[in-house]
Write a protein that binds this ligand. Sequence first.
Ligand code: BTN
Length: 349
Amino acid sequence: MTTKEKVLHKLINNKESLSGESLAKEFNVSRAAVWKAINSLREEGYFIKGTTNGGYVLEETSDLFCQSAMEDFFYSNFPQYKNSHIEVFKEIDSTNTYAKKLLNECGSLRNEKSMLSQKALFYSDSIILAESQTAGRGRLGRTFVSPEKTGIYLSIIKIPKDGIKSPSRLTALSAVAVCRAVKKLYKVEPCIKWINDIFLNKKKICGILTEGIANFESGMIDAAVIGIGINIENNPEAFKGEVSKVAGGILDSSEEKNVSRIELASFIAGEVLNILDSDEALAIEEYKKLSFIIGQTVKVRPLSSINEESYFAKAVDINENAELVVELEDKTRRTLISGEVSLCSENFV
Ligand code: BTN
């Protein structure tokens, strides 16, 4: 930990004012080094009040975004996941890319008896959180614009002991979990566009990119990285062109302006981990209720067959694996495991 991180951690965990001298003594650095750390934290946006006795205190209104704030908040609200490994970055290329790198560095995730390795057990339920991404990735090779301050970007690593049987279900359940967290904290009613987009008042406030780590020997998907990008505020400077037509922020539709980013990240991660450990059939029912495309005419862009063209169909159902059932004009039905659909009605994409 750098002096800055140590000072911040101490301030977070102390409601009383702390003198520069005591901090310097505790961390075995000069008072000038403490002062430099305090100034640098203030530049980052932390409200640190200087008290009359020459001490420092962190104001409660600070929208803290750091490792210790995330650990404190997440572990105290979700003690059942107190072993989750957490890493918080100010800036990163992509939290998904980083999470996959961690998994690749583990080597084999299973031992010779097909049990999860020590490293796999360590990294399962990990949370990688970033304040901004320089190379955020979306579905279908798209870029996910990830500016600082107005959004949060996180990836959750899941390594179930029996492998992953339905990647689409994992994405769908994560979408339900995000809706639960956003509803609880912001008192709004988000809804889902199959399979991974979350909308609020006809604007996309969240996208989810789930990626798998395949085991070619067993033919299983051993691990998943669930990447979640949330727009808290609209950001016209960052959301340009096509993105500006689709993207919106939660705060465009909510009166709850004081939810901190760490609170949001903690609740999303906690709800995702909870839902993946819960009764999946019930959660899929919730997914269906939150989905707004059932009964609508959609344009389907298939992904699995390269030469197949887009076509129109009616979305009629979502099955237990979160696959979309569509009906064509001749009444034949198709079950889509992947692909992209867009609504033909006004405004939505
Ligand atoms: C989409 O809407 O196409 C999916 C967007 C997923 C974005 C998140 S942000 C955190 C994680 N890291 C990435 O690079 N992408 C996902």
